[in-house]
Design a protein around this ligand. Structure first.
Ligand SMILES: CC(C)(COP(=O)(O)OP(=O)(O)OC[C@H]1O[C@@H](n2cnc3c(N)ncnc32)[C@H](O)[C@@H]1OP(=O)(O)O)[C@@H](O)C(=O)NCCC(=O)NCCS
Length: 205
């Protein structure tokens, strides 16, 4: 399971493989070079482009475009800093990604998360399991980042993400109007702001 405070990212990866098993998503670990082709497929999937990233985030043009982000994933994991982790199966095959960031001041210890599953691995509980692992690591699993609350926003039109967040135990807390600019080829300028559902879980430590 992600969560070891390793200075050596390779060592972090090896430890991560001893992680707990929960359905298909065996564990979370930093991204590595071998993930780049499947990660590229995740990041350029039409559903991901429509709902998974704000319009100002440029999708990668090729797997090579992801080199820097692989290095960043390993560095962030080593520092327990916000970043992106790979969701992998028992054969270490990439099933998706899950990221955390601080959208509010870090001293509040509120982690915002986002996730995507490879199109060939959807509808098998991967995202639900990965969110469970991520929430445990972010909040209570020592030595994790010790966050007090985990939250996520998704477009009100993204039913899959709503059901996934609920399945993972993040209650629906309300709607934020005009919150998220997403790509829309029919909208003026190619971007439309969506209302979002806010989901969250608090540990209260
Ligand atoms: C949203 C996403 C991550 C779900 O991943 P997944 O691994 O297929 O989800 P799970 O198999 O864990 O399913 C969890 C729940 O969501 C439901 N669900 C999944 N895909 C669905 C869909 N397309 N439509 C309706 N419900 C869906 C499942 O039925 C399940 O609900 P249940 O527990 O009530 O049976 C995936 O569809 C995806 O990557 N979408 C594109 C990127 C994206 O939207 N990311 C979220 C941005 S906020």
């Amino acid at each position: 399971m992600a969560g070891q405070q390793d200075r050596d990212p390779q060592q972090g990866q090896r430890r991560a493989h001893r992680g707990v098993s929960r359905g298909l998503a065996r564990t979370l670990r930093p991204l590595c070079d071998a993930d780049r082709q499947r990660w590229f497929e995740v990041r350029t999937d039409p559903a991901q482009i429509a709902f998974g990233a704000p319009a100002f985030v440029r999708p990668p043009a090729s797997p090579d475009d992801l080199l820097e982000q692989v290095v960043a994933s390993q560095a962030a994991y080593a520092e327990l800093a916000p970043g992106t982790l790979a969701i992998v199966d028992e054969n270490d095959r990439l099933l998706g990604d899950i990221a955390w960031r601080h959208d509010v001041p870090p001293p509040l210890r509120i982690a915002d998360i986002g996730y995507s599953v490879h199109p060939d691995s959807r509808h098998r509980g991967v995202a639900t399991a990965a969110i469970g692992l991520m929430v445990a690591w972010l909040t209570t699993d020592p030595p994790g980042p010790a966050q007090a609350r985990v939250q996520l926003d998704h477009s009100v039109e993204n039913l899959a993400s709503c059901r996934t967040a609920l399945a993972a135990g993040l209650e629906r807390e309300g709607v934020r109007r005009g919150f998220l600019p997403l790509r829309d080829e029919h909208a003026v300028g190619g971007v439309r702001r969506h209302d979002v559902c806010l989901h969250g879980v608090a540990v209260r430590t």
